[in-house]
Write a protein that binds this ligand. Structure first.
Ligand code: NDP
Length: 281
């Protein structure tokens, strides 16, 4: 029996699994589509029911792949998509959302994010998100790639405090958010969604990570994900187009890492000693 995936509460009270699936690079090549669809369906089967996509990914084709994968299973999925910053004005946000809904084959996106800060005033984007909520096209909205000062600015805008999530680059080798962004989000009850949670595979060859993984009969990816699951209010969205890797990543939930090994991970991947500007991929 596998351990349950922990859940994270969004400000609205909706609970989402702390482990979901990313889909960047899906939809790029049609010959990969069967594997991508199988991976998304595997994620749903094993409880990683939060699926993250964006209008940017493969120019909308990622959303189309997600749409095919969740057809007939929409009610089992917590769907996240994102609007391009240059589309995020009053009308552009609504139009972009309509296009995403069409590609996703649904009439509802659970969580709609501003992909990163762009040319439009935050109050305009927030107002458009609130309109989408009233229209019943989205459940909640959030942001991505927002550092602490951006979050403060957002919260000063009318309705800005309704932000449900901030999705940022956060993993063992990118611990900058721990200095002040993660504590800020925890204090203000805005879950942090960690993207590139295994650093796109680059950290998996780290010798210390490999050593610790072996000690738990686990894999380096599982330990890297367990590190994120250990933190309050953090959601990790590893991407894989291989169903067996999705299953492997699912195994991160329930790993019971000792204090000594957390210390060893801190030594190998030191937490920040000072403010570091938020990194982006
Ligand atoms: P990840 O850290 O999730 O790594 C994905 C890569 O790791 C893929 O190449 C995948 O290969 C490989 N991989 C997955 N699982 C394993 C495993 N168990 N063992 C070995 N390799 C593995 O990087 P992403 O950048 O994709 O980030 C995750 C998601 O976050 C994205 O897909 C996207 O949804 C979101 N994101 C958001 C951004 C933003 O600006 N808001 C920016 C970047 C990402 P394979 O598929 O072949 O298995």
């Amino acid at each position: 029996m596998q351990e349950d995936i922990p859940t994270v509460s969004l400000p609205s009270g909706v609970n989402v699994p702390a482990l979901g699936l990313g889909t960047w690079m899906m939809g790029e090549e049609s010959r990969s589509e069967p594997d991508e669809i199988a991976s998304i369906r595997k994620a749903i089967d094993v409880g990683m029911t939060l699926i993250d996509t964006a209008e940017m990914y493969a120019d909308g084709k990622s959303e189309e792949v997600v749409g095919k994968a969740i057809a007939g299973r929409r009610d089992q999925v917590f769907l996240v998509s994102k609007v391009y910053p240059w589309n995020a004005d009053s009308k552009g946000t609504i139009d972009a959302c309509d296009r995403s809904l069409e590609r996703l084959g649904t009439d509802f996106i659970d969580l709609y994010l501003l992909h990163w800060r762009g040319p439009h005033a935050l109050r305009e984007t927030v107002a458009a998100f609130e309109t989408l909520k009233q229209q019943g096209k989205i459940g909640e909205w959030g942001v991505s790639n927002f550092d602490t000062s951006d979050m403060e600015e957002l919260f000063a805008v009318q309705g800005g405090g309704n932000c449900a999530v901030n999705q940022v680059l956060y993993n063992l080798s990118r611990r900058g958010p721990e200095y002040d962004l993660l504590p800020w989000c925890q204090r203000n009850r805005v879950p942090l969604m960690a993207y590139s949670p295994i650093e796109q595979g680059r950290i998996l060859r780290n010798a210390e990570l490999i050593r610790i993984a072996k000690a738990y009969q686990a894999t380096p990816a599982q330990i890297a994900l367990a590190f994120l699951l250990e933190r309050d209010g953090v959601i990790a969205i590893p991407k894989s187009s291989h169903p067996q890797r999705v299953e492997e990543n699912r195994g991160a939930a329930g790993l019971d890492i000792s204090d000594e090994d957390w210390d060893a991970l801190d030594a190998a991947f030191p937490p920040p000693a000072k403010k570091m500007p938020l990194e982006m991929l």
